[in-house]
Design a protein around this ligand. Structure first.
Ligand SMILES: C[S@@+](CC[C@H](N)C(=O)[O-])C[C@H]1O[C@@H](n2cnc3c(N)ncnc32)[C@H](O)[C@@H]1O
Length: 345
């Protein structure tokens, strides 16, 4: 091998992160523009059909689709494009793109500046974070929450979701569990709350599900008449911890069970294991948890270890009824953990 070829090989290898960066952004756009759904709904479509349907520029669209064809996600035949099986296979993973690219791509680009002492937090798109997280939860955290619910002696009839994102949890639980009479969703991000209003309206559950644009702590202070027997805090306590500190989290959990003494609480969190080399070698750790861990200190969120959360629950006067992790079919890292809690007896 000549010296020149060896340099080219090293260049190709060195540029793979740039290839992945552009690809991740453009797969997100494939979903977000509605092009993915259009291509899924038909065998194939011409550029002019797609451009007309989505109000797009034909030359840019054809370049976009040819770029994705070169990466193996679409294929072109007789001027028409269709998704390859690799492209169609992405469908279930849309939520990860919504969260990590729609929610946090802007964050990743700000990190260099935000490393400086006193630089403040990087921005994120909170609505995309909530929507993406809920779409991912469909596969991991919602089944986990159902398993936690199974440990309650009485089933759940009145459900409160604090930090509900686009309210997908509430809609899915109302659909799966007709015994849920009433549900409340609380989401502080205005755009996230509006996505929730839209989803609940479309689901037809707007008589059963009531939505509030507020923080978890603000909702407790608001005097809203609600009588939940089960509340879920899915990836929300680490947000409150980052915003308001440990004492505030302890005080919030205490007040929650003071106000609703028979309440069961499901807390779902990701265990902070960024320094654990065995766990961080796992394929899903490198593909997802490593960048997921990275973005938290830059956005004012504070992930913590399980012993930390367990001492917070004890300080708040809660006991652990059950502790579960995700199904290994979806995530075998055991990093995502759910607790079922109630006031200590
Ligand atoms: C990672 S998302 C989780 C969404 C959903 N609960 C799930 O399990 O997929 C975190 C959500 O918490 C919301 N959030 C942030 N701070 C909050 C607070 N102080 N009180 C309630 N929700 C908060 C965010 O707007 C976002 O929708």
């Amino acid at each position: 091998m000549s010296h020149g070829t060896r340099l080219e090989d090293r260049l190709i290898e060195a540029l793979q992160p740039i290839r992945s960066f552009a690809l991740a952004a453009n797969l997100y756009h494939l979903f977000q523009t509605g092009l993915f759904d259009s291509l899924c709904a038909c065998d194939s479509a011409t550029v002019s059909e797609l451009a007309k349907k989505h109000g797009m520029d034909e030359f840019r669209l054809s370049t976009f689709l040819r770029y994705l064809a070169n990466e193996g996600y679409v294929t072109e035949s007789e001027q028409a494009f269709s998704l390859t099986s690799k492209g169609r296979g992405l469908e279930k993973f849309r939520g990860w793109y919504t969260l990590m690219i729609g929610g946090y791509a802007e964050t990743f680009l700000q990190m260099g500046d935000k490393l400086r002492v006193g630089a403040g937090n990087a921005t994120r798109n909170a609505e995309r974070v909530g929507v993406g997280s809920c779409a991912m939860s469909h596969y991991d955290a919602i089944p986990l929450t159902r398993r936690l619910m199974g440990h309650m002696s009485r089933g759940c009839r009145r459900l409160l979701d604090l930090g509900c994102g686009n309210a997908l949890y509430l809609v899915e639980f109302c659909r799966m569990s007709p015994e849920i009479e009433e549900a409340w969703g609380v989401e502080p991000d205005r755009a996230g709350y509006e996505s929730a209003v839209k989803l609940v309206r479309e689901s037809g559950y707007d008589q059963r599900i009531h939505l509030y644009c507020d923080s978890a702590l603000g909702f407790l202070d608001s005097g809203v008449q609600a009588a939940p027997d089960f509340t879920v805090l899915g990836f929300v306590l680490h947000e409150v911890l980052g915003q308001s500190g440990e004492e505030a989290v302890v005080g919030f959990l205490r007040r929650l069970v003071d106000r609703f003494p028979d309440l069961h609480i499901a807390v779902i969190e990701v265990d902070w294991q960024i320094t654990n080399p065995t766990i961080m070698r796992h394929g899903l750790s490198l593909a997802y948890y490593n960048p997921y861990y990275l973005l938290h200190p830059f956005t004012g969120q504070r992930l913590e270890t399980l012993p930390f959360w367990e001492q917070v629950f004890a300080k708040a006067g809660l006991e652990i009824v059950a502790k579960e992790t995700t199904s290994p079919d979806v995530d075998s890292t055991r990093l995502e953990v759910g607790y079922l809690l109630r006031r200590a007896r």
